[in-house]
Design a protein around this ligand. Structure first.
Ligand SMILES: O=P(O)(O)OC[C@@]1(O)O[C@H](CO)[C@@H](O)[C@@H]1O
Length: 327
């Protein structure tokens, strides 16, 4: 059982338009509302792939009930800690070639609610295979509370943290088994520029020195890397149609934890799931097995190769990219 924890869940309201003009009426071609948040997205992906999972989150009001109904209809096990406050709504605007987000701040928990939330996480998480704590923190939770939660969980189970800024930096002190930063989050964490594959490896090693067991770095158009003390593997995909990048990092993490074994194979599955997410307009993406042949996995052989500037995720492999034969 894989347990996901989302301290700041969200209703993702995704609106697609064929074109967008400021100061004009833009007509939506599609509009959906989904029970989301980073950990929730991971559980959705695992559940759809038949991997046992439970998702834990705080929330209340009509939006809390909306989330209950979504999980109940899908048969996805969940624990919602009642807060009496509505779950935030995050907006995604999809225009051709772009996805633009506006995220509301996380909805706060009072001390008693936080204690209950932490107790439920420990209760459900202690017998899990792994616990993932994902996304931003509500203001009252604070990095110290995240660190303490990771520390208590770690007595029983491996913990993965997908967060950023001070929350991620502080959580490292509790020695999570894995972190999943993007390039900017990794650069901020280790306080250095990350421009090449070699920089990612060095940044990841700096994070490992500070407490991370390993690093799964999402690299946008350059794919993803897994870096541990012993190994650095990169995976890229090519010819993936770009529709929506929102949730691609969550898909990457889900694909990584969904399988066991060699990190290269786990990374391959991670990029397959992330590519499938990028090719779909919502965070509830179907896995596209036909993309498997478009993925290359290799130990890093060219550390000096610069990362792409493009923010389009997982959509291209440069011919210049120097990879050893896929493993
Ligand atoms: O505000 P956070 O917690 O950092 O991110 C929340 C969020 O943007 O992340 C998911 C995509 O990764 C979305 O479902 C959700 O709206």
């Amino acid at each position: 059982m894989i347990v996901t924890v989302t301290p700041s869940p969200a209703i993702d309201w995704t609106v697609a338009v064929d074109s967008f003009d400021f100061d004009a009426v833009n007509r939506a071609t599609k509009s959906t509302r989904e029970a989301s948040g980073k950990g929730v997205n991971v559980s959705w992906a695992l559940h759809r792939a038949g991997v046992p999972t439970t998702t834990v989150f705080p929330g209340g009001g009509q939006t809390g009930r909306f989330m209950d109904e979504a999980f109940e209809a899908a048969g996805l096990p969940y624990v919602r800690v009642e807060t009496g406050r509505e779950v935030r709504t995050n907006i995604t605007l999809i225009t051709p070639g772009h996805s633009t987000k506006i995220n509301e701040p996380g909805v706060d928990l009072d001390d008693e609610q936080f204690e209950e939330f932490a107790a439920r996480v420990l209760d459900v998480g202690r017998d899990a295979k792994v616990v993932l704590i994902c996304g931003s923190l509500p203001p009252s939770m604070g990095p110290e509370r995240l660190r303490a939660l990771v520390e208590r969980l770690r007595e029983h189970v491996d913990v993965i943290v997908d967060s950023s800024g001070e929350a991620l930096a502080t959580a490292l002190q509790a020695r999570p088994a894995l972190i999943k930063p993007n390039v900017h989050e990794l650069a901020e964490l280790v306080q250095r520029d990350i421009r090449t594959f070699g920089d990612v490896i060095e940044g990841a090693h700096a994070a490992i020195d500070r407490g991370a067991g390993a690093v799964l770095a999402s690299l946008g158009a350059d794919g993803a890397m897994y870096v541990s003390a012993e190994r650095s593997v990169v995976a890229t995909s090519s010819n993936i149609p770009f529709v929506n990048s929102v949730g691609a990092g969550d898909a990457l993490l889900s694909g990584f934890v969904a399988v066991d074994g060699d990190p290269a194979e786990r990374l391959r599955n991670a990029v397959l799931w992330a590519s499938s997410a990028v090719a779909h307009d919502s965070t509830l993406f179907p896995i596209r097995p036909e993309f498997a042949t478009r993925i290359t996995v290799a130990d890093v052989v060219d550390r000096d190769l610069p990362l792409e500037e493009s923010s389009a995720p997982l959509a291209s492999t440069r011919p210049s990219m120097s990879l050893a034969d896929g493993t």
